[in-house]
Design a protein. Structure first.
Length: 111
């Protein structure tokens, strides 16, 4: 079962070597690495994505979850909050709702 995941990771890295600025490929690689328990590398890619492409909303939820699942709640709260602000600016109601649900769940707050 590891072979297909590793193959996907290898393919994504190959595509990224051809287009290192592709935010979707970087996001996909971060997700595959996380699924493969390569937390440190996945964390770095998510962090870089948010710094370089702050408007790429999908990163906030997944990066927040990674942080949350690795006992970095304070950092996850910051990431969810930053994502909420950007999603509100983009008027992306669905993403605002998802990020608020994740944040409130982490803070143990009922909406």
């Amino acid at each position: 079962m590891d072979k297909p995941i590793n193959s996907r990771i290898e393919n994504l890295k190959k595509y990224l070597s051809e287009d290192p600025k592709d935010s979707f490929l970087r996001y996909a690689l971060a997700m595959e690495l996380y699924k493969n328990k390569e937390i440190s590398e996945s964390r770095k890619i998510f962090k870089d994505l948010i710094l370089e492409y702050p408007e790429y909303l999908a990163s906030y939820y997944q990066y927040g979850k990674l942080l949350e699942e690795n006992q970095e709640s304070d950092e996850a709260i910051k990431i969810y909050g930053a994502g909420i602000k950007i999603a509100e600016k983009q008027n992306n109601i669905r993403t605002v709702k998802e990020l608020k649900e994740a944040l409130y769940s982490l803070l143990d707050i009922d909406e």
